[in-house]
Design a binder for this molecule. Structure first.
Ligand code: COA
Length: 190
């Protein structure tokens, strides 16, 4: 078992903390927007979908093994502006700690364009490499998701791959995937 991370994190303008049940209204508002969920692995959420997502986010406080994740609510002046995820995807061997983490982010459109996602993601990257023994962080996204690709680049990730038609969309079509990566030594050098 890995210890729970030291939270909350505070940045210049934001607080990053675990998700609580009362975040449901704010998270539900942007996750019900089909424009927000267009490139996410879930459709715009109805009440049932939101209840399931909230249950998973609230429980995601102390990931330890591959498949588990840390979910963070991001607030600015006590208003929830978005949420972040760090999911462990791999490790060298059965008994080794996780070595690879995948980043994810969803921010409310009314708080876009102010650098909040960038500021929060940088804090999560720092936490990932300081608190966990990770070797590599990565992000996978639809290459048409320009805002997310720009965010990856702003936090120092490298575009490493573009795989073709490897993601099954909900409507049965296939989408490409862009893979971004950041190695521990690159983070340390920066
Ligand atoms: C991906 C997502 C989080 C990016 O949001 P964003 O608002 O573009 O990102 P930021 O909050 O970091 O804001 C950056 C923008 O604000 C501008 N900005 C203003 N002040 C800034 C500051 N102090 N610091 C950094 N950027 C600032 C930047 O120039 C940038 O604009 P640009 O892209 O036009 O150059 C958002 O589009 C989103 O939630 N999308 C839906 C969910 C989704 O697709 N998630 C990813 C799935 S892979």
């Amino acid at each position: 078992m890995l210890p729970a991370p030291p939270l909350p994190l505070t940045t210049e303008r934001l607080v990053l903390r675990t998700v609580v049940a009362s975040d449901s209204t704010a998270i539900g508002a942007y996750c019900a927007d089909p424009e927000v969920t267009r490139y996410l692995p879930f459709p715009a959420l109805d009440a049932e979908g939101l209840a399931g997502r909230m249950q998973r986010l609230v429980a995601a406080t102390a990931p330890s093994v591959p498949g588990e994740f840390l979910a963070l609510a991001v607030t600015h002046d006590d208003v929830l502006v978005g949420d972040l995820m760090l999911r462990f995807t791999d490790r060298h061997g059965e008994t080794d700690p996780p070595a690879i983490g995948e980043l994810g982010w969803v921010f409310a459109p009314e708080h876009a364009g102010r650098g909040f996602a960038t500021e929060a993601a940088r804090a999560l990257v720092d936490l990932a490499f300081t608190h966990y023994p990770l070797h590599r962080l990565m992000a996978r996204l639809d290459p048409r998701n320009v805002a997310s690709a720009r965010l990856c680049e702003r936090i120092g990730m490298t575009r490493e791959a573009h795989t073709r038609e490897d993601y099954a969309e909900r409507d049965g079509s296939w989408s490409d995937t862009a893979v971004y990566g950041l190695l521990r030594r690159e983070w340390a050098a920066a």
